[in-house]
Design a protein around this ligand. Structure first.
Ligand code: FUL
Ligand code: CA
Length: 718
């Protein structure tokens, strides 16, 4: 049910929220006070809807819950995250593109749909569009006769997966970008996609807008006023007209909101209702100009039903980079994201990155399959199904407790109007072992519950084990411990109106063999920890896979040279996924100017900020203590939610004496760093020896933030 992939019945495609409940009761005649009640009278007994309500298209989207987004363009072949728009179409030449391999791998992971990035910021269209020459027909792919959007779409339809499109508003190739002419082109592209590849379940609109690009050879920076440039009101009319079932996704909805980060999770309290505003709070906001501070939580009693989508990539980047093959998220990490996105009433949108062949790498395929297996093992059996479930304050026979266990999100149990804090008890004849509780509200009637608590019967009394807030489409409570008990109680502690519960689940996940966390401090001391209790963590430092006979981690150890630490949990039922971290030389013995010790202390949580009063460029000079041959550098920005002054443009120099620097060894921009503040690894054009490294931040991601932040600066010597 909650995570099982034998799909539950999709929500009604027509009919408002109240018809939902009445529809199912057509034949029911219930005697009340000796009189038989007819259909309209029963319908009246349904609780009144509360607050903003989901549309039929949003209800279908809520059923989808997990889908993937696929990035594959010439940018893949350039090993970049944001193509500049100048890549020769001839470079787009996958040796063995296989749409089915991608779609089937996603399906094995439990995903139910695909968002196809039909055009990314580089402007290259993966379908033979009439709107621009910069498209797949100019590439060698299928001798210029190929259509990748079509191949992905058909593979989806064939495998029972939903299909959606992403067409980037920002286009770094188009010569007209920045003028009205381009808007017509963009709208025509949307029309082509909706008409030729529909029905689509989503239309995905990212907020990255304007900046430098190729623009037909102009190679310049173009700024647009993102409040008005894309004329979203009219542009989205096209979506409504040609793709009426598509949920529009952007920073502000209209149907689904961006969760405000690219880490893949919503806030623990996350409301499906939302009142979006612009960055300055003065208007309702548009993609690229939205106040995303409230996006992770939504707005309690917000004006609209705009649930969150949590987008995150399976790899650090959205595009394939061979150098990130050892940083593919593990099944356990993905399961954790599932709990924090889908389990918080939102959706999980996982980035997939085909390699230069045009297929997912084996590591990615295995990880997806691992997630699917974990989900099936965890949610395959609802222990509540064999329990006796009872409730206080029930609304009557039309809303029986069994409606919570029928695997149907449209049928529900409800309390009487005056009962806003009902209690549900789940009892077994013999003690059951569990660590997960799942609750779904009948969201067609709105998001009603404000708070709940879970009690476990232990030693003859109730013991509270969890307190929560928002529920909505789904709340999964994953307890850190397993409990064996004869009964569990769910107490609704706070609700403005009568409560509805559409589904209730109790589950036990297989032993939590969570991947360990590996850290190294500036002196080279490596610490390995695990968020879950496991029998043992075993590790290696020579790059080999840890096995049952590898060293057991007991205390911190030293690693003063470059090397890869691999660790994994071993428990009673086997071993978990491998965590692998590549370290270079530690920063012991280094010094830095500008009081920037926090930028070289080996701790990603501590961040150096330049004074707010300063302005760009900002420069840090690192003294490595001895001459070292450097192949590149690493840069980690502040990754916290309250970050500001994120560095976009950079230049780097190396010098033996700290006086003579010569030409920069690297310069460029950290693509997509604003939304995804992860470690950047940059190789120099050619290695250079030196005792000093100078890092200059030349440009922020947000020109109003004239300061810079650096969480860690490091070097690549190996
Ligand atoms: C962002 C883009 O800038 C990234 O490149 C990526 O496509 C991500 C899914 O959306 O806005
Ligand atoms: Ca039900």
């Amino acid at each position: 049910m909650f995570g099982s992939y034998e799909h539950t019945t999709p929500a009604e495609s027509s009919g408002g929220p109240t018809s939902h409940s009445s529809l199912r009761m057509k034949k029911l005649l219930i005697p009340v006070l000796g009189m038989a009640l007819s259909l309209p009278a029963i319908a009246q007994q349904a609780p009144k809807p509360y607050g903003a309500l989901p549309s039929a298209r949003q209800l279908k989207w809520h059923d989808t819950e997990m889908y993937c987004i696929v990035h594959f363009t010439p940018t893949t072949f350039e090993d970049k995250e944001w193509g500049y728009g100048d890549a020769d179409p001839k470079t787009f030449n996958p040796s063995n593109f296989d749409a089915e391999q991608i779609i089937r791998s996603a399906k094995a992971g439990g995903f139910r749909g695909i968002v196809c990035v039909a055009k990314h910021h580089d402007g290259f269209c993966l379908w033979p569009t009439k709107t621009t020459d910069y498209n797949i027909s100019k590439s060698p792919f299928r001798n210029g006769k190929g259509d990748m959007v079509r191949e992905l779409e058909q593979a989806c339809r064939k495998n029972g997966m939903k299909f959606a499109v992403y067409c980037s508003p920002w286009d770094r190739n188009n010569k007209d970008y920045g003028t009205d002419k381009y808007l017509a082109t963009y709208q025509a592209q949307l029309r082509e996609l909706y008409t030729n590849y529909g029905p689509v379940f989503m239309s995905w609109h990212d907020g990255a807008n304007g900046g430098d690009g190729y623009y037909g050879g102009a190679r310049e920076t173009r700024k647009i006023n993102n409040l008005v440039y894309y004329d979203w009101d009219n542009t989205w009319k096209i979506t409504r007209e040609l793709a009426p079932d598509a949920c529009i996704f952007s920073d502000v909805g209209l149907d689904v909101r961006w969760v405000g980060n690219e880490r893949g999770f919503a806030n623990e309290t996350s409301w499906a209702t939302f009142t979006p505003t612009s960055a300055d709070g003065k208007s309702k906001g548009v993609p690229g100009n939205a106040n995303d501070k409230d996006a992770p939580t939504g707005t309690r009693n917000g004006k609209y039903w705009i649930p969150a989508e949590c987008d995150v990539s399976l790899r650090p980047g959205w595009f394939y980079h061979e150098s990130q093959n050892n940083r593919v998220k593990t099944p356990q990490q993905l399961l954790d994201l599932y709990f924090k996105s889908v389990g918080r009433g939102a959706a999980l949108d996982l980035g997939l990155s085909p390699d230069k062949r045009g297929q997912l790498h084996d590591i990615d395929v295995a990880s997806l399959k691992g997630l699917g297996d974990l989900l099936r093992k965890t949610f395959g059996t609802n222990i509540a199904a064999t329990a006796q479930v009872s409730a206080t304050g029930s609304r009557g026979k039309a809303f029986p407790v069994k409606n919570m266990l029928d695997n149907d999100r449209k049928t529900y149990w409800a309390s009487q109007d005056e009962v806003t804090t009902p209690e549900l008890t789940i009892a077994w004849k013999k003690p059951a072992t569990f660590n997960i509780v799942g609750i779904r509200e009948a969201i067609a009637l709105g998001q009603r519950i404000d708070g709940f608590a879970i009690d476990v019967w232990q030693d003859g009394q109730w013991k509270e084990v969890h307190k929560g807030t928002s529920v909505g489409a789904l709340r999964l409570v994953r307890l850190p411990n397993y409990y064996s008990t004869e009964k569990i109680r769910l107490r609704i502690t706070d609700s403005p109106v009568a409560v509805t519960v559409a589904e209730l689940g109790v589950y036990a996940e297989p032993e939590q063999l969570v991947a360990p966390v590996i850290r190294r401090d500036k002196d080279g001391q490596v610490t390995i920890s695990s968020p879950a209790s496991v029998h043992a963590i075993r590790y290696t430092i020579d790059g080999s896979e840890p096995t049952a006979s590898s060293a057991v981690y007991t205390k911190p150890f030293e690693l003063k040279h470059p090397g890869t630490v691999k660790a994994k949990a071993f428990g009673a039922s086997g071993s978990g996924a491998t965590e692998s971290v590549q370290f270079d030389i530690p920063s012991a013995g280094w010094s830095i100017d500008q009081n920037a010790a926090k930028a070289i202390d080996g701790d990603p949580q501590t961040v150096w900020y330049s004074p707010r009063s300063g302005k760009y460029p900002h420069t840090l000079t690192l003294n490595l203590g001895q001459s070292t041959t450097l192949k590149g550098f690493t840069f980690l920005p502040d990754g916290s939610d309250h970050r500001s002054g994120t560095v976009y443009g950079y230049q780097v120099w190396v010098s033996e004496d700290g006086q003579n620097w010569g030409d920069p060894v690297a310069e460029g921009r950290f693509d997509n760093i604003q939304n995804s503040p992860i470690e950047q690894r940059v190789l120099f054009r050619t290695p250079k020896a030196g005792k000093y490294l100078r890092f200059t931040a030349t440009e922020p991601t947000d020109s109003k933030q004239t300061w810079a932040n650096v969480a860690e600066l490091g070097v690549i010597t190996k």
